[in-house]
Design a protein around this ligand. Structure first.
Ligand code: ATP
Length: 372
């Protein structure tokens, strides 16, 4: 978490928390969202992400801590006095106004008379210039959501808050809108803070993701960093699929940790281990399914024994488009998942086949085995 001095437009939460009676929805947390970034609050239902967003918006009074925007402490300002705007899942457009007037609404409320240039620019930004005279019900869900974004941006907020804005859209439209929102954010350059429970959505759009669990930020980082270097089992399982093998620490060289798992030996770079790893202690060794090489046992003679080489038997296979998913039964992990690109697929890899799994230490991560 950043503790550097607040630059002109960073959003900074300091010790912010929220309790409802005896229930803690958000434990005190410190978080800095850099100005101009696309930031995602990601987590399962009930983890406190919306409450956190609402405290930034001013829609929820924090029980403790402060919210500041640049040098300004906005903790006790009402929502309309904060330089932020929010887009909700329910687009909340005015049904009786056309698209132009929906977008113009914020300007007219401020008493501006000549709004055309600004509204046209905003409609162009969200690629709805042609639809200006339609009513909301004449637009698709994705188009309505873009109107909501244009309406929220017209007053040039410093920060746009998005609360599950794509939640009502079907999967294909959702994917299109993710790219569209990312493009809009890059074009306008203001800070977007996006709440979602969809890990793929957060990974596609955000520069930085805060993974929340039980009212706490469990890990903060770039999508690639969270995926490659999860620090907890929750993050390892919430972002994609992880194979987690309980292994015993055998020795440490300063650079590598060697571990025993069944009759196999695993190797883990010290720098990629988030667990204490005392000799004789347990570590959960993690490996992503697509990082594993799957070889028929008849061809595995040259794969070195003792360095992330596990034997097993194929229990099940399923075709998932660009790759095939294999479930492997092995002594170290009963349901080992492996994804193999279809172009690399070996026709002999069918249920019952004896196989060897092998992967590089560089792709291995270590987690605390005492965590839930
Ligand atoms: P979702 O994705 O389902 O919206 P979330 O991660 O956004 O979930 P929050 O809406 O922030 O979660 O809620 C966090 C917790 O606080 C939940 O357990 C919720 O039931 C509780 N909560 C939220 N608002 C209130 C309230 N006004 N009174 C009591 N409890 C509340």
């Amino acid at each position: 978490m950043k503790t550097t001095q607040n630059s002109s437009g960073d959003v900074r939460l300091t010790g912010i928390g929220k309790t409802y009676g005896s229930f803690t929805a958000v434990h005190p947390l410190d978080l800095t969202v850099p100005e101009g970034s696309f930031f995602a609050l990601l987590g399962a239902s009930g983890c406190g992400k919306t409450t956190t967003l609402r405290m930034i918006a001013g829609l929820e009074e924090p029980s403790r801590g402060t919210v500041s925007l640049g040098d300004q402490d906005v903790t006790h300002l009402p929502p309309y006095k904060r330089p932020v705007n929010t887009v909700f899942q329910s687009y909340a457009l005015f049904p009786h106004l056309d698209i132009f007037e929906n977008v113009a609404f914020g300007l007219r409320r401020r008493g501006l008379k000549s709004v055309k240039k600004q509204v046209d620019e905003m409609l162009d930004l969200v690629q709805l210039g042609e639809q200006a005279r339609k009513k909301p019900h004449q637009l698709s869900g994705g188009q309505q959501q873009r109107v909501a974004v244009a309406r929220a941006l017209i007053n040039h907020p410093k920060v746009l808050l998005l609360d599950e804005p794509l939640g009502a859209l079907d999967l294909k439209l959702r994917r299109q809108m993710q790219l569209e929102l990312k493009r809009i954010q890059t074009e306008v350059g203001i800070t977007f803070i996006h709440v979602t429970h969809d890990q793929e959505e957060a990974m596609t759009m955000a520069d930085t993701v805060a993974v929340m669990n039980g009212g706490r930020v469990e890990q903060l980082g770039s999508p690639a960093d969270l995926y490659e270097n999860p620090k907890t089992t929750f993050v390892a399982n919430f972002l994609g699929t992880s194979n987690l093998i309980e292994a015993e620490v055998d020795s440490r060289s300063g650079e590598e940790i060697v571990l025993k798992a069944g009759d196999g030996k695993l190797v883990l770079p010290e720098a990629r281990c988030a667990a204490p790893a005392t000799t004789g202690g347990k570590v959960l060794v993690g490996i992503r399914p697509e990082k594993i090489t799957l070889t028929h046992a008849d061809d595995a003679g040259e794969i070195p024994v003792g360095r992330n080489r596990i034997t097993g038997k194929i229990a099940a296979t399923s075709f998932i488009g660009v790759s095939t998913q294999y479930v492997i039964d092995s002594s170290v992990c009963p349901e080992f998942e492996v994804y193999v690109q279809n172009i690399d697929r070996d026709a002999r890899l069918v249920p019952g086949a004896e196989v060897v799994l092998h992967w590089s230490p560089a792709h291995t991560f270590g987690l605390d085995a005492t965590q839930s």
